[in-house]
Design a protein around this ligand. Structure first.
Ligand code: BGC
Length: 323
C-alpha cells in the first residue's frame, strides 16, 4: 500500500515535470519563430537597395554627400550602399559603377566624372537599372535626372565675384581639379565667359591639381614663379584653395593675391576667416545626397522626375561665415 502511494507520487511528479518542459519548449520555439519572422520582415531587409558612387571616400565633401544619402535610411525603406575610391581615381570609380550594375541593385546614383561613364550608365539603364547623376552630370546619357550644382553657373558666380572685387583689373591664374572632368571644365568655362569680356582681365595660366592639395600647391608654386605678375588665383576643386594659399605663402606673395576657392568645408572656412582666401563658392553636398535618394524612390514609384535638379551654389565671404 505504502509502495503504491509512493509510486503514484513519482508518476504524478514525472507527469508535472514533463508537462512543464513541454510548455517551456513550446514558448521557446514560439519566441524563436517570431525572431526569424522579425529578421526576415521588411523592417530588417529594406525593399530597395541603391548604390551611391562618389569620387573619394576620404574627403569632407563626399562625407557630406554620403551622410545626406545614408540619413534617408531612417526615413524610408531603403539601404544605401555608399562606395567610392579612397582617393580620387576615375578608373576605380568606373569599376565600382560596373560592379553596382552587375550586382543588379535597384538604382544607381553616380558622379559622372567624364565621358567614359556614359556607356556604362547607358548599359545599366538598358538592363533596367535607373541611374541618377550627382555632383557631375552626363546629360547625353540615358540617366533619369541630375541632382547637383549647375557647375557652369557656379563658374560664372566666381567670375562675377572676381570682377566685383578687383574692379575688373586682374592677371589671373587658374588651378582646376582636372582637365578631363566635366564639372571642372564647366567651372572654368563659366568663369571665362564672364571675365574674358573685360579688357582689364587677363587669364595667363591654367594648370590641373589632380584633385590633391599637394599637386595644387606644386602647380601654383610653379605658376606664380613663371608668372610673377599674377594678381588673382581661382581654384575649382575643394582642395585647390589650400594648395594655392600654401604656395603663395611659401613665395611670400600671399598678402598681395586675391583668391577664390571652391567649397565651404572646415579647412576652407578657416582660410576665409583668416582672410587668406577672399571668396568661397559654396555647394550643397548633404542636400545632394539626401535628395538623390528621394528622387530614386520617386523613380521606383513610377513618378515623373525633371531633367535636372540644381542645388544652390553661392558666393560666400568672411562676413557670411561670421554671421
Ligand atoms: C566637387 C566634387 C569633388 C570635390 C573634391 C568639389 O568641389 O564638386 O566633385 O569631388 O570638390 O575635389
Amino acid at each position: 500500500m505504502r509502495n503504491s502511494k509512493l509510486m503514484n507520487i513519482i508518476l504524478i511528479s514525472c507527469f508535472v515535470i514533463a508537462v512543464s518542459f513541454s510548455i517551456y519548449f513550446y514558448i521557446q520555439s514560439k519566441a524563436f519563430q517570431s525572431k526569424i519572422t522579425d529578421a526576415t520582415s521588411k523592417e530588417q531587409v529594406p525593399t530597395y537597395h541603391f548604390a551611391l558612387i562618389g569620387e573619394e571616400m576620404d574627403h569632407d565633401y563626399w562625407r557630406l554627400v554620403g551622410e545626406g544619402a545614408k540619413d534617408m535610411e531612417e526615413k524610408y525603406d531603403v539601404f544605401i550602399e555608399y562606395e567610392g575610391p579612397r582617393r580620387s581615381n576615375p578608373e576605380e570609380q568606373l569599376k565600382l559603377l560596373d560592379i553596382a550594375m552587375k550586382s543588379k541593385v535597384d538604382g544607381i546614383i553616380v558622379q559622372a566624372l567624364n565621358d567614359e561613364f556614359l556607356p556604362v550608365i547607358n548599359q545599366a539603364v538598358d538592363q533596367g537599372i535607373p541611374v541618377i547623376t550627382i555632383d557631375t552630370d552626363a546629360p547625353e546619357s540615358k540617366r533619369s535626372t541630375y541632382i547637383g550644382t549647375d557647375n557652369y553657373e557656379a563658374g560664372k558666380l566666381a567670375g562675377e565675384a572676381l570682377l566685383k572685387d578687383t574692379n575688373s583689373e586682374a592677371t589671373v591664374g587658374i588651378i582646376t581639379g582636372s582637365f578631363e572632368n566635366a564639372h571642372h571644365q564647366l567651372r572654368v568655362e563659366g568663369f571665362r565667359d564672364v571675365v574674358e569680356q573685360e579688357p582689364g582681365i587677363d587669364i595667363v595660366a591654367i594648370e590641373e591639381s589632380n584633385i590633391t592639395r599637394v599637386v595644387a600647391e606644386e602647380k601654383t608654386h610653379n605658376m606664380l614663379s613663371d608668372y610673377p605678375d599674377i594678381t588673382a588665383l581661382y581654384g575649382t576643386s575643394a582642395l585647390d584653395g589650400i594648395g594655392m594659399v600654401a604656395a603663395a605663402e611659401s613665395l611670400g606673395v600671399e598678402e598681395s593675391l586675391y583668391m577664390i576657392a571652391f567649397d565651404v568645408l572646415p579647412a576652407n572656412i578657416a582660410l576665409l576667416k583668416e582672410e587668406r582666401v577672399d571668396v568661397l563658392i559654396g555647394q550643397k553636398p548633404y542636400e545632394m545626397g539626401n535628395r538623390s535618394v528621394e528622387l530614386m524612390l520617386d523613380l521606383m514609384n513610377n513618378q515623373e522626375v525633371q531633367e535636372v535638379y540644381h542645388t544652390n551654389a553661392s558666393v560666400v565671404r568672411k562676413e557670411d561665415i561670421d554671421d
